[in-house]
Design a binder for this molecule. Structure first.
Ligand SMILES: [Zn+2]
Length: 145
């Protein structure tokens, strides 16, 4: 196997592995959100909407888009650990994701949506009250206006 093949195989393998990690993460995120929403009485939310940036959850009536950003993929200040290999690759990927997040926020806001982004780690129970306050504040704004 020459150098070119080896590196293309590993990129493919890498994306396959990361794809699997990502989809397992999505299921966990969804289950946590469902419990969270139930506990705090948030109703009227939907999943997997075809909006800019594909928000994880939306409240359609109040036009609130909620994203749960993966701590690794989006560079959470608490959890992100720089991988020890392929650092350049990962630095680039994470910073590109963050730029894209901001673009998505802008696009949504321009079209009348409000946006809440929370970190994946904040879907753990101890952070629920904090998240609930943020979501409630945004929903409240929308209902009054
Ligand atoms: Zn985190």
């Amino acid at each position: 196997m020459n150098g070119v093949n080896a590196s293309s195989w590993s990129a493919e393998k890498r994306s396959e592995v990361m794809g699997a990690v990502r989809s397992a993460g999505n299921v966990r995120t969804e289950l946590r959100f469902i419990r969270f929403a139930r506990e705090f009485g948030f109703v009227g939310w939907r999943r997997h909407q075809n909006l800019a940036g594909k928000p994880d959850f939306i409240f359609r009536r109040e036009k609130l888009a909620l994203f749960v950003d993966g701590c690794f993929w989006h560079g959470c200040p608490r959890c992100y650990r720089r991988p020890s290999i392929n650092r350049k690759y990962w630095d680039h990927k994470v910073s590109r994701n963050r730029v894209r997040d901001r673009e998505v926020n802008r696009v949504l806001r321009r079209t009348g949506w409000s946006v809440v982004r929370i970190w994946e780690c904040q879907l753990r129970r101890h952070a629920w009250p904090l998240i609930a306050r943020r979501v409630r504040r945004q929903l409240g704004k929308r209902v009054r206006n």
